[in-house]
Design a protein around this ligand. Structure first.
Ligand SMILES: N[C@@H](CCC(=O)N[C@@H](CS)C(=O)NCC(=O)O)C(=O)O
Length: 214
């Protein structure tokens, strides 16, 4: 398998965690998202992924995009350890937690959105930071409330084994720290993160451990 990734990409970080949890070996193909205007925009990369985003996973003849789709693919081809629970309602709960990060928070704070704010709309650095922190706070607060209110949580988002929701939560918290968000409002999220970061699979997936880390 080949993973097209960028060390700071939180969407790629999700997939790196999942690959490590599964114990799957892969070749790391760096795609620098800012150098020279961004390698994701080169014609060669766009031909592989017209969305010009990382991650992308090549598995044999399959070129897979979208981190959640990739992680569910990995869970299907390599069912142990499972990243989703078995029962339909529990699966829906875990997917909802993952999507709360991947579909509600992350897209608003993605590089191309931030660049549009500054380069096209002329928004200043302070306003950009405020935009970022606002959407993080709204999303993480909802997650914190959900995790406290619902049954299902254990050491991790779902029970006592790490899964899909944890693959999304940990990278999002790392992004939040980069933008100096106050995380003290989310003790449950921080406790889950601590349990995740004690695991080798999460440690090896961290941005600083990647071959393209700066
Ligand atoms: N929904 C996509 C999001 C992918 C995504 O936004 N990737 C970012 C890095 S985290 C990216 O490639 N950004 C490049 C850009 O904004 O130009 C997924 O989950 O894979």
């Amino acid at each position: 398998m080949k993973l097209f990734s960028y060390f700071r990409s939180s969407a790629a970080y999700r997939v790196r965690i999942a690959l490590n949890l599964k114990g799957l070996e892969y070749e790391y193909v760096p795609v620098h998202l800012t150098r020279g205007g961004g390698e994701q925009f080169t014609p060669a990369y766009r031909q592989l992924n017209p969305q010009a985003l990382v991650p992308m996973l090549h598995d044999g003849e399959h070129a897979l995009t979208q981190s959640l789709a990739i992680i569910e693919y990995l869970d299907e081809i390599c069912p142990h350890p499972a990243l989703l629970p078995k029962a339909p309602a529990a699966r829906a709960r875990v997917r909802a937690l993952a999507q709360a990060v991947a579909c509600e928070v992350h897209p608003l704070n993605n590089l191309r959105v931030l660049k549009y704010l500054t380069d096209v709309l002329g928004v200043g650095e302070e306003a950009k930071r405020s935009w970022y922190q606002h959407w993080i706070a709204e999303g993480l607060q909802a997650l914190e409330t959900k995790l406290v209110a619902e049954s299902g949580r254990g050491l991790y988002c779902d029970g006592d084994a790490p899964g899909l929701a944890d693959c999304c939560l940990v990278p999002q918290l790392a992004n939040a720290r980069r933008y100096r968000c106050d995380l003290s409002y989310y003790p449950t999220l921080l406790a889950i993160e601590k349990n995740c970061l004690a695991l080798d699979a999460f440690q090896r997936a961290a941005p600083a451990q990647q071959p393209d880390a700066e």
